[in-house]
Design a protein around this ligand. Sequence first.
Ligand code: SF4
Ligand code: SF4
Length: 131
Amino acid sequence: MVQRVDLLMLSPLHGEPDPDGADCVACGRCCHHPPHTVSLREEDEARLSAEQLHRLTVLMDHPPYFRFVRNEGTRCGALDLSDPEQYPCAIYLARPTGCREVEPGSPCCMQARALGHLGESVLFKRSDRTR
Ligand code: SF4
Ligand code: SF4
């Protein structure tokens, strides 16, 4: 079976974002990344319901059995895409720890805005996610 790949890429954004996150929903660049980027720790899993874990996450089928947020192509599967121009996180209050560490205006944020997607400066990738 051929896996559907969403080739839609977002354009780079220039300039500093609002430090309080007022620009984030219209930006969403750090929520665009390859599959198996956003990992969940035990405390992250505890914030999600069983239905959300089933629908929005995927568990590695081999040790160390890390759990990740699902992707839809290049987009995080937890994005609410009901408005094509907006990128709110559907689980914002329960979002994983790694997502909370991406501060507006941080190096990671600025790299994501410059690229149009999450870059390599992100700190929360699992080191063996590609196994
Ligand atoms: S890249 Fe920066 S401005 Fe854009 S959504 Fe992420 S934290 Fe917010
Ligand atoms: S879980 Fe939410 S904040 Fe984290 S990458 Fe996905 S949409 Fe963005």
